[in-house]
Design a protein around this ligand. Structure first.
Ligand code: NAD
Length: 500
């Protein structure tokens, strides 16, 4: 579809028709695809006020009925999957199947949200007092500030929003300044679902177009009891203390530095395929991308050799073209960061294969690279930090204790995996003395999580959990109630306080 038709289909004509101060560029060519207006501080303030008013209404709608809106959103997304996936590809540079996969993830979380809307369960708890009943109930929390990164421009919004809406909370969303179009398209699609629903409160979803200043404004605003922020650890360090300073609740999904341990008993064929997808896919621009390969000395050279051969044949190019597996980096800054990391790795004794810029003739303003593998003598500081690009550092190990120690010796704790056919090794990796990450897989790469599980990581990744399992509890407030249906007033812990 041509860009103008795509914008019309996704309800973007108004936002893109009037021009504006923010240039939106496609990483595919580096060219400007739209100009739109940023949201001012005053307009952000008004948006938060509208979301507060929407909360007063939405929290009174029964949860299963709120789930109906999410079901309709899922239907709209099904019918617009191709178009929205295409816009993700245009705005972020993901290959077509990954753009579509991201929209599928949105559909999946809507399905989960619909079921959840009938299962926002509490507990009943045995009371120590006769004639008393104790129970726990979950109630809507309030408007949720959602701050998102460029690399999953729509999925992360949907993880938060499907749950927030079902839980009774409006959303004030500040997407990455690189991806306002996909955000405004999501807003238009929710509006469409809202019409089918029979109308939704004005302010149920507000989109704030802007950068760090607007994110800080959301972090500082006490009308947003929860701020869910996804992005770099730098962003988390800037925002978390501000939210904590007003005693607000934060849900942080920050950077990762994900490792794979490959043991002597591993199926290397399977490992090569998993490594190729998780280290090269999305141009290494997933929070869960594989960045560190910790391979036993018995298999290290064989494995890395296979990978170097596989990497040489990875098709790099326009992500819209069939067969392309590696699209562009998001920006010139990303390319520069990749080159700086590779130079540092070389200075630390690493041997680099790949990592060069390609296709500069065809796309002079865009940044395409070959994927890089770096044979490292040790896990030096450059390996310990996240570089958002397709760089895989390979480090040999001697025994599993050493492998797990190396694996855990980085500040981030998002995703991890082990390739092994030995039950003792996999169970150790999954045990309390194994991987310290929020996600740990066996014979599966670290990326591409399903929405049914809780998603998030430990240490500098921030500790937040989104998506499945009981992640919904972050979007609600818990109330413990004790009811006395007797004629006496016994006090807990046997305390006596007789005034008469
Ligand atoms: P980023 O940190 O540059 O930006 C993310 C969001 O935070 C944007 O909306 C941005 O405007 C805002 N922001 C950035 N710096 C800020 C600051 N100093 N103060 C206030 N707000 C600020 O991240 P990015 O480049 O868009 O995305 C890549 C990063 O996001 C990687 O580190 C990646 O690992 C991480 N990420 C994490 C997850 C996860 O679930 N853990 C998911 C996706 C991306």
């Amino acid at each position: 579809m041509d860009t103008a038709a795509l914008f019309t289909r996704l309800g973007l004509d108004e936002a893109t028709g009037g021009g504006g101060d923010l240039e939106v560029r496609s990483p595919i060519t580096g060219g400007v695809i739209a100009r739109i207006a940023s949201t001012s501080a005053a307009d952000t303030d008004a948006a938060i006020a509208r979301s507060r008013a929407a909360f007063d209404e939405w929290r009174q709608v029964p949860a299963p009925r709120r789930g109906e809106l999410v079901r309709l959103l899922g239907e709209v997304l099904r019918s617009e999957k191709e178009a929205l996936g295409e816009l993700v590809t245009l705005e972020v540079g993901k290959v077509t199947s990954e753009g579509l996969g991201e929209v599928q993830e949105m559909i999946d979380i809507c399905d989960l949200g619909v079921g959840l809307s009938r299962q926002l369960y509490g507990l009943t708890i045995a009371s120590e007092r006769p004639g008393h009943r104790m129970l726990e109930t979950w109630y809507p929390l309030g408007p949720v500030g959602v701050i998102t990164a460029f690399n999953f421009p729509v999925a992360v919004w949907s993880w938060n929003t499907a749950l927030a809406l079902v839980c009774g909370d409006p959303v004030v969303w500040k997407p990455s300044p690189r991806t306002p179009l996909t955000a405004l398209a999501c807003q238009a699609l929710l509006r469409r679902a809202g019409e089918r629903f029979g109308g939704i409160p004005d302010g149920l979803l507000e989109v704030i177009v802007g950068g760090a200043d607007r994110a800080v404004q959301l972090a500082d605003d006490p009308r947003l009891p929860l701020v869910s922020a996804t992005g770099s650890t730098t962003m988390g360090r800037a925002l978390a203390p501000r939210i904590a300073g007003r005693l607000g609740r934060s849900l942080l999904e920050l950077g990762g530095n994900n490792g794979m341990v490959v043991t002597p008993s591993a199926d290397l064929e399977l490992a090569v395929r998993a490594i190729a997808f998780s280290a090269v896919g999305t141009a290494g621009q997933r929070c869960t991308s594989l960045r560190r390969l910790i391979a036993h000395t018995d298999v290290h050279d064989d494995l890395v050799g296979r990978l170097e051969r596989a990497y040489a044949s990875v098709p790099v190019g326009d992500p819209r073209e069939a067969g392309t597996l590696l699209g562009p980096l998001v920006s010139r800054e990303s390319f520069d960061a990749m080159q700086t990391a590779l130079d540092r790795a070389r200075a630390d004794g690493g041997t680099v294969t790949g990592g060069e810029r390609v296709l500069a003739d065809r796309f002079p303003d865009a940044y395409y690279v070959t994927p890089a593998i770096v044979r490292m003598p040790a896990q030096t500081p450059v390996v310990e930090s996240e570089t958002f690009a397709p760089i895989l550092y390979a480090i040999p190990y001697g025994d599993l204790d050493e492998a797990i120690a190396l694996h855990n010796a980085v500040p981030q704790g998002l995703s991890s995996c082990i390739f092994t056919s030995d039950l003792r090794e996999s169970e150790r990796f999954l045990s309390a003395v194994g991987s310290d990450c929020g996600i740990a897989n066996v014979n599966i790469g670290p990326s591409g999580a399903e929405i049914g599980g809780a998603f998030g990581g430990e240490k500098e990744t921030g500790g937040g959990r989104e998506s499945g399992s009981d992640a919904w509890k972050a979007y609600m407030r818990r109330q413990t109630a004790t009811i006395n249906y007797s004629h006496d007033l016994p006090l807990a812990q046997g305390v006596r306080f007789d005034v008469a």
